[in-house]
Design a protein around this ligand. Structure first.
Ligand code: PLP
Length: 382
């Protein structure tokens, strides 16, 4: 007898259901046992379902780069074997070279989620994780759920930027970790570079400061805004990055941290696994693919300009994003906006905390973003 799994079960699992709004658009059951191989029977087993504009998860549908896919194909044929240390070391060396650090300072993991989870476990037991009220809190919450951390959330400034002065005031030598996200998610805002670096340096005298730079390559000036240089100046700073965003490899799962060699060793000892060979190969293939990276960024900026123009024309307030998502005040309840968009097979993010009037929309394929822009006036009743 065929086993039927709903696509919601397959794509969200038990834990992910709260953030993935695909479920409302996914009704058709997938016959798993009846089809072999299942992917041939259902081309939408992975990725957005047919007709769905997936604009809720900050993915980049223009990836993976052809250079990454070529390496994935090669690696698939070597899938019988564990990731080789040669491949892992090569990726670490490439990351180290590009960031002017030594290979001992780099830890590569299965998505940056893994390295961020390890960091939350290491520092969460020491004291509270001090963070802005809105940030990508999934991995800090992972440690909280295990009883190994608590989060001290510091209110945002009036303009929704990270209130660095308030975070600094909340930081003491008993703080386990200061966790910042630059650019921040869900606001998309970049902190002023000089203010951020000065504050990070002062806070790092009291405790370890983590800067999650998942979206930094999408910022207007990545080199001017990254906190990586502070590490080699001897400050107690960790920076994390991912291949899930500009590289368009969210499902491939590669991320990394840069820190002092001593901190990197602690992180390495706490990470739960190692990057699979297919993921490592994909990262090797595309890490320095500047043609793809600039193509990717240009598509995201093109989409963002369309979204910004639509929001501005409607006279709504939006934050000036430097990422692949825009956070805007629709004047309607965010969960209602999500529901109305879902009815049109458009998936946007629902409400964050008590920010009821704010909706986050991710950039996606231009044609999908066009659908969002067309739907928005009707959805908000403009
Ligand atoms: C700010 C930020 N950091 C980290 C991640 C985790 O990314 P990944 O585990 O795919 O590297 C996300 C995912 O959306 C994010 O928004």
């Amino acid at each position: 007898m065929a086993i039927n799994l709903s696509r919601r079960m397959m794509l969200t699992g038990a834990a992910g259901a709260s953030v993935i709004s695909l479920s409302a658009c996914a009704t058709k059951p997938v016959a798993v046992a009846a089809a072999f191989p299942p992917g041939v029977a259902d081309p939408f087993l992975l990725g957005p379902k047919e007709g769905v504009a997936l604009l809720s998860r900050n993915e980049n549908p223009y990836g993976p780069a052809p250079s990454a896919i070529k390496m994935i194909e090669y690696a698939a044929r070597k899938g019988a074997f564990y990731t080789s240390s040669e491949a892992s070391d090569l990726l670490v060396t490439m990351i180290a070279e590009k960031n002017n650090v030594s290979p001992e300072q780099v830890v590569v993991t299965t998505g940056s989620g893994e390295v961020l989870s390890a960091i939350a476990l290491i520092y969460g037991v020491k004291g509270p994780i001090v963070a802005p009220r809105l940030f990508w809190d999934t991995t800090a919450l992972y440690a909280v759920k295990l009883g190994m951390a608590s989060i001290t959330r510091v209110p945002l400034a009036a303009d929704m930027s990270v209130d660095l002065a308030a975070i600094e005031a909340a930081t003491t030598p008993e703080t386990g970790l200061v966790q910042l996200c630059n650019p921040n998610n869900p606001t998309g805002l970049v902190s002023d570079a000089a203010t951020l670096k000065a504050a990070v340096i002062r806070m790092a005298q009291k405790t370890t400061v983590l800067v999650d730079e998942a979206y930094i390559e999408l910022a207007d000036d990545p080199a001017g805004n990254t906190c990586v240089p502070l590490i080699n100046q001897g400050h107690d700073v960790i920076v994390t990055r991912t291949f899930s965003k500009i590289y368009g490899m969210a499902g491939v799962r590669v991320g990394y941290s840069i820190s002092s060699a001593e901190t990197a060793e602690k992180i390495r000892n706490t990470a739960m696994s190692w990057a699979p060979s297919l993921s490592t190969a994909a990262a090797l293939g595309s890490y320095n693919d500047e043609t793809f990276l600039s193509f990717s960024k240009s598509k995201i900026i093109e989409a963002r300009q369309m979204v910004n123009a639509t929001i501005d024309t409607l006279g709504l307030k939006r934050l000036p994003s430097q990422t692949n998502f825009v956070y805007f005040q629709s004047g309607k309840d965010a969960n209602e906006v999500q529901k109305a968009m879902n009815a049109k097979m458009i998936s946007v993010r629902g409400q964050y905390m008590d920010y009821a009037g704010w909706t986050r929309v991710s950039m996606g394929r231009i044609e999908d973003v066009e659908r969002f822009c067309k739907a928005l006036p009707e959805v908000i009743g403009a």
